[in-house]
Design a protein around this ligand. Structure first.
Ligand code: KIV
Ligand code: ZN
Length: 534
């Protein structure tokens, strides 16, 4: 084997020893989570938000996986202003070529190629250690001939024999990799071990000081954030993470957690990132909405309760001095502290200003529509809080009057030991129809009425209801996830009428499935290749 290239650097290959690069893989590893599929338009929107937030590298997808992935990575590459745009490729030349075809449009492209190096993963392509080493040299050299920014990952690195890991990392560096990522693919490592692995590689591998080491942790044992930070303290300078920790199984390292930990505990971890932390909350909400994975209430940083002080002792302390119980300010992550309620007398200008505060800049037409919905809500609820407005905005973005199915009127009769009965009027294409159906409770009856008017064979994978605020007049946010022929779609809606919100969430998911069925690409979810077939 010969050295095919010397490592080159772009702006992300920083020499500032205290700068930690944030590599976001919400659109690749996050989206790989069963059911978290996003549409083409949603991927573009999330990528733009990540770019604006200051993420250094966006892993936009796995171009060979499907036409949809390829189209999304190409478009994101074209639209990105600042971030490096990266695509994933297995250790195969056609994968790498396809990846390059998609990312080459970016101002700053990166190819990320990987192969499983642990004994269990080596057995899958049935390569012995020498054959795999040869494959790594060949594929990394090939990627480097196409692109001067190449990342290589030994998948399942934390369960790979140390001597072999050092050997293959050295080969990848010599072949031209500029970033070496050390994945804890199955969330198996612990903080001390994570740090020791990075230290060992820095000490033992020739050329290690010329490249950036990245850490990529999964959260199976709940240690992803701690493991990532330990790796940084030991010398890694890139953290791979996702918004809300989205990802397969227990997810990936959460971007908001590592970024805020580095900010709040700068005293013991003197590193900086390029993230504008005030944009965290907006991204968290949008990713939760488009992925259909709501954020748990007690989730660190972005959970609904993360800054709530219910207990008397805590409230008293916070009122006297916020630092008694708050280690960071809500505004640091873009949470509006004032939370001044609006009511039915609030005008259009006040609504526009409040929505801008919450991160929604509306054009005149959109404001007109949202104002009508706001007035209707304010008629039903005495006070309209920030969370109500966010739910209302999310609802109006998710369900529009150009949708194929549009709910017009719902009447439900239930209770008294009789089966529930729902009479639903709905626009189906260009005809208005009404059906009455029974069910096991009002939601079931209303969904049966939808099914009577719209033929499909989707199965319900998730039905979830959350109260947006306190009180029995609270809006309910309903999330629905459906599966049909391997395609997955989510729907969400919010209303003070829980049954109505449920039906709108259900029809929203059906609308999205219909769109996907009709144009397989670029909205296709169906991944045609396996990550493991090397
Ligand atoms: O977890 C993992 O090993 C991965 C690789 C593809 C980097 O996501
Ligand atoms: Zn991963």
């Amino acid at each position: 084997m010969t050295d095919s290239a010397t490592p080159a650097r772009d702006a992300t290959q920083t020499r500032d020893a205290s700068r930690v690069l944030i590599f976001d893989t919400t659109l690749r590893d996050g989206e790989q989570s069963p059911g978290a599929t996003m549409s083409h338009a949603e991927k573009l929107e999330i990528a733009q938000m990540l770019d604006e937030m200051g993420v250094d590298i966006i892993e936009a997808g796995f171009p060979i996986a499907s036409e949809g992935d390829f189209a999304a990575v190409s478009e994101i590459a074209k639209q990105a202003q600042t971030a490096v745009i990266c695509g994933l490729a297995r250790a195969q030349l056609p994968d790498i070529d396809r990846c390059w075809e998609a990312v080459r449009h970016a101002r700053r492209p990166r190819i990320h190629t990987f192969i499983g190096t642990s004994p269990l993963h080596r057995a899958i392509p049935n390569l012995d250690m020498d054959q795999m080493a040869e494959r790594i040299h060949q594929t990394v050299s090939h990627a480097r001939n196409l692109c001067d920014n190449v990342q290589w990952s030994p998948m399942d690195a934390t369960r790979t024999e140390h001597d072999y890991l050092c050997r293959v990392v050295e080969i990848a560096i010599k072949a031209g990799a500029t970033t070496i990522n050390i994945p804890d693919t199955v969330g198996y490592t612990a903080p001390r071990e994570s740090a020791e692995l990075i230290r060992m590689l820095l000490e033992r591998v020739p050329g290690a000081d010329e490249i950036i080491f990245a850490t990529h942790c999964h959260n199976d044992l709940g240690m992803a954030t701690a493991n990532s930070l330990a790796a940084v303290v030991a010398g890694a300078r890139q953290i791979e993470c996702t918004i809300n920790g989205l990802g397969e199984r227990a997810g990936n390292t959460a971007l908001e957690e590592v970024v805020m930990a580095l900010k709040v505990r700068h005293d013991i971890m003197p590193f900086t990132t390029g993230i504008d932390t005030r944009k965290i909350m907006g991204l968290s909400r949008r990713v939760a909405q488009v992925s259909g994975f709501p954020v748990q209430f007690n989730k660190a940083i972005v959970g609904k309760n993360a800054f709530l002080h219910e207990s008397g002792i805590h409230q008293d302390g916070v009122l006297k001095n916020v630092e008694t119980f708050e280690i960071m300010r809500p505004a640091d992550i873009g949470l509006n502290e004032a939370n001044i309620a609006m009511g039915k007398h609030s005008g259009r200008a006040a609504l526009r200003a409040k929505l801008a505060d919450l991160g929604y800049e509306l054009g005149d037409n959109q404001l007109k529509d949202v104002f009508v919905r706001f007035k209707a809500l304010a008629d039903r609820k005495k006070e309209v809080h920030d969370d109500d407005l966010i739910a209302l905005m999310q609802d109006s973005m998710a369900n529009t009057d150009t949708d194929y199915l549009q709910v017009r009127k719902l009447r439900v009769v239930c209770g008294g030991g009789e089966p529930a009965m729902a009479t639903l009027t709905m626009v189906v294409g260009d005809a208005e129809r009404t059906e009455t159906r029974q069910g096991d409770g009002p939601v079931d009856a209303a969904f049966n009425a939808v099914d009577a008017m719209f033929d499909h064979h989707a199965t319900l994978q998730l039905y979830q209801v959350h109260a947006v605020t306190e009180g029995t007049d609270a809006q309910a946010t309903v999330s629905v996830r459906l599966e049909e022929d391997g395609r997955i779609a989510t729907g969400q809606s919010a209303d003070t009428d829980t049954i109505l919100a449920s039906v709108k969430a259900y029809t929203g998911a059906l609308n999205r499935l219909k769109v996907r069925r009709e144009k397989t690409a670029p909205d296709s979810d169906a991944k045609q290749v396996s990550m493991y077939s090397h």
